[in-house]
Design a protein around this ligand. Structure first.
Ligand code: GTQ
Length: 350
């Protein structure tokens, strides 16, 4: 018996007719979509972009006139990648925004399964409370709010406080695994003095038998800029720089030396004045917040200039290099940690 004997193809039954009949049964022909499903290499869909501080800052402050932090719950201007309007994504997999807290305001306590990081950009006296402990945030500090940990923000200073938020919202959304709830109090109760986590986990020492109260997230939820800055400066002064990374140090979980967060990899790069990095591309798209310095990013066939507090979106699998006109300190984060866990992450250098 041949296959043809079982077929009932009529002369009028075109391929399209067959596809239509497949579709009626919730079926589809692979060969029409194969190239897109298993591409020969990544074809980036996000776009390179710079959000200039001169543009973002006044608009964020304007939001402060229109509504309170309490009203907004989180008063944030979202950084939307121009390739994904309306999708609250700065890269394919990360959400980012600039949050404003005015003097005396409180962004009420809540928690969610999305992990968040803060990179402080402006203002003194801003604080975040995480898991019953407060941390005052100064310029350039990197602060984590772990998945499902209650957190509230406030500002005890005299000036507006602004910082960069990065959350794994699109990753959690992909799995449709998001949960959230509000605390019954506006500010969560504080059970430990400020600096407690720093003392236990952030001093190169650890409590014997230490585990993280935050599961897969670093128990050291604050990484002050003074330390990162000093470490990178000493590193750059002491040894030849890596041609592709300059002086780069990752924010590490002190318990295992891995990335500080389970879904967002974060690191800081220092490029001394005049230094240019050799071309590199990686499967992770980046969010870069400029802490200090002016320079240029060459990305694909584009050149983007940057200055202090600008935020850049750097597409995945696109050749990039940085040129520093002054001493630059760049905060960088990506989904690299997730890609590494599932065996996908790659980089290529020239
Ligand atoms: O501070 O908890 O930018 O829940 C977006 C969602 C910040 C926060 C954002 C959030 C937060």
């Amino acid at each position: 018996m041949t296959i043809a004997e079982n077929l009932t193809l009529s002369p009028a039954d075109t391929r399209q007719g067959f596809y239509d009949r497949l579709s009626e049964q919730s079926l589809a022909p692979l060969w029409e979509v194969m190239k897109g499903l298993v591409p020969p290499e990544p074809k980036p869909s996000m776009r390179a972009h710079v959000w200039r501080w001169d543009t973002v800052r006044p608009l964020a402050l304007e939001a402060g006139v229109l509504l309170t932090a309490e009203e907004a719950e989180r008063r944030v201007v979202v950084l939307e990648n121009p390739a994904f309007p309306g999708q609250s994504r700065a890269t394919d997999t990360l959400y980012s925004g600039v949050q404003l807290v005015l003097p005396g305001e409180v962004a009420p306590a809540h928690r969610h399964t999305q992990s968040a990081l803060r990179f402080m950009l402006e203002g003194q006296g801003g604080y975040t409370a995480v898991g019953g402990e407060r941390v005052t945030m100064g310029f350039g500090d990197f602060v984590i709010t772990p998945s499902w940990a209650f957190h509230d923000h406030g500002n005890d200073g005299d000036d507006p406080v602004l910082w960069l938020d990065v959350l794994d919202v699109p990753i959690v959304g992909f799995f449709e695994a998001g949960f959230s709830e509000r605390h019954n109090a506006e500010r969560q109760p504080i059970g430990r003095p400020e600096g407690d986590a720093q003392a236990r986990f952030g001093s190169g020492l650890l409590p014997i038998g230490a585990t993280s109260p935050y599961g897969l997230t670093s128990p050291s939820f604050s990484y002050p800029y003074a330390r990162s800055h000093a470490a990178l400066q000493a590193m750059a002064a002491g040894a030849p720089l890596d041609p592709h990374h300059g002086a780069t140090l990752k924010y590490a979980n002190p318990l295992d030396g891995g990335w500080a967060m389970p879904t967002i990899a974060a690191w800081m790069t220092h490029l001394p004045s005049g230094f240019s990095t050799a071309p590199i591309r990686s499967t992770d798209g980046l969010i870069v917040a400029v802490a200090e310095g002016h320079g240029r990013l060459r990305i694909g066939d584009q050149t983007l200039t940057f200055g202090p507090k600008d935020v850049l979106a750097v597409p995945n699998w696109t050749w990039r290099s940085f040129e520093a006109d002054e001493d630059c300190f760049l905060f960088v984060c990506s989904d690299r940690v997730v890609q590494e866990k599932i065996g996908l992450w790659r980089e290529e250098t020239r």
